[in-house]
Design a protein around this ligand. Structure first.
Ligand SMILES: NC(=O)c1ccc[n+]([C@@H]2O[C@H](COP(=O)([O-])OP(=O)(O)OC[C@H]3O[C@@H](n4cnc5c(N)ncnc54)[C@H](OP(=O)(O)O)[C@@H]3O)[C@@H](O)[C@H]2O)c1
Length: 292
């Protein structure tokens, strides 16, 4: 099966390219900048997704069986400050990719986010969307384009992704905690937000399971533990053997928040467990693997 993976320089995209390469899929990882995947034998193609003709040509040339679209402007604050650019990266680029996918009848897997929902999590796949910030709004707009494309498609939603990190990748929350504790720096971490953080390896396995199923359903690929960032930071300190007393519990209102984030977010994963056999790690296991 030929897989086109967008956002291949990103945190999820790099992990996914490695995972699918190891599983012997025929992969075509694309991203905007120069290659940052650290494995020479993994192919890589530079592709600007807002360049419609380049996208149409590339997809027509490769003729992928499936396009896994992870690329996005993924930082909510950046989206808020650059709204026109955010629409271009998150919505218009998705529109071009969908048009290209139609040319070759490719299956389309869109990586969305828990940010399309509002308060009252953990949410199931049939919860009513209610984005609290502009990033979430644009991801929901892209979801709607995917849903009305007429293509075989799936929308998957991870939450607060973490995992192993290497040079050329932006660190996830757990690396930020470790780095600060290692250098004896105090950190303030919020207690009054709940998330079901996703180990990146679980999303990769979830996508692999999805590809083995002929389904048009949406799935939540999240972790099984509902934890606050403070609880997560304390678990990171335990796993890496550093001083948890450097972690100060605070409430979200002690930070000037530029964009709204749900207090109680997180996603339910029963559907992915029942239909796909998805089995996520506990947060502690995920952190252990990330630093092993
Ligand atoms: N991180 C999370 O906690 C989280 C949680 C839930 C959902 N998600 C979703 O999961 C997906 C992956 O997130 P991530 O954290 O891995 O993102 P990321 O690290 O920010 O990576 C996104 C990648 O997309 C590429 N990209 C952006 N605009 C592009 C364009 N116009 N043309 C070509 N490539 C473009 C960038 O490539 P270059 O680096 O080459 O410029 C970047 O490496 C996103 O769709 C995000 O919305 C993330």
């Amino acid at each position: 099966m030929k897989l086109l993976i967008t956002g291949a320089n990103g945190f999820l995209g790099q992990h996914l390219a490695l995972h699918m390469h190891n599983k012997l899929y025929d992969i075509y990882p694309v991203s905007r900048g120069v290659k940052r995947i650290p494995i020479a034998e993994i192919p890589y193609y530079q592709l600007e997704l807002t360049d419609k003709q380049a996208v149409l040509n590339f997809v027509d040339q490769i003729k992928p069986d499936c396009i896994i679209h992870t690329a996005a402007m993924s930082k909510p604050d950046e989206c808020f400050y650059n709204q026109a650019e955010c629409i271009l990266q998150n919505v218009t680029a998705t529109e071009f990719l969908l048009e290209a996918a139609k040319q070759v009848s490719a299956r389309f897997v869109y990586v969305s986010t828990d940010f399309i929902y509002g308060e009252g999590g953990p949410h199931s796949e049939n919860a009513i969307p209610n984005p609290l910030n502009f990033y979430g709004e644009t991801k929901l707009m892209a979801e709607n384009l995917v849903k009305t494309s007429g293509l075989r498609h799936n929308i998957i939603r991870p939450v607060f992704i973490y995992g192993a990190h290497w040079d050329g990748m932006r660190p996830s929350f757990i690396q930020w905690v470790k780095l600060n504790l290692e250098t004896n720096k105090k950190i303030k971490v919020v207690t009054d937000q709940l998330r079901t953080a996703t180990y990146v390896g679980d999303i990769c396995k979830g996508i692999e399971l999805l590809l083995q199923h002929e389904t048009n359903e949406d799935f939540h690929f999240a972790g099984s533990d509902i934890l606050s960032p403070y609880e997560m930071a304390v678990l990171v300190a335990k796993v890496v053997g550093l001083n948890k007393d450097l972690i100060e519990p605070v409430t979200a209102d002690s930070f000037p928040e530029i964009v709204r984030r749900a207090k109680k977010s997180g996603l339910k994963i029963e559907k992915a467990i029942d239909i796909l056999g998805y089995q996520p790690l506990s947060f502690e296991e995920g952190v252990r693997l990330s630093f092993s």
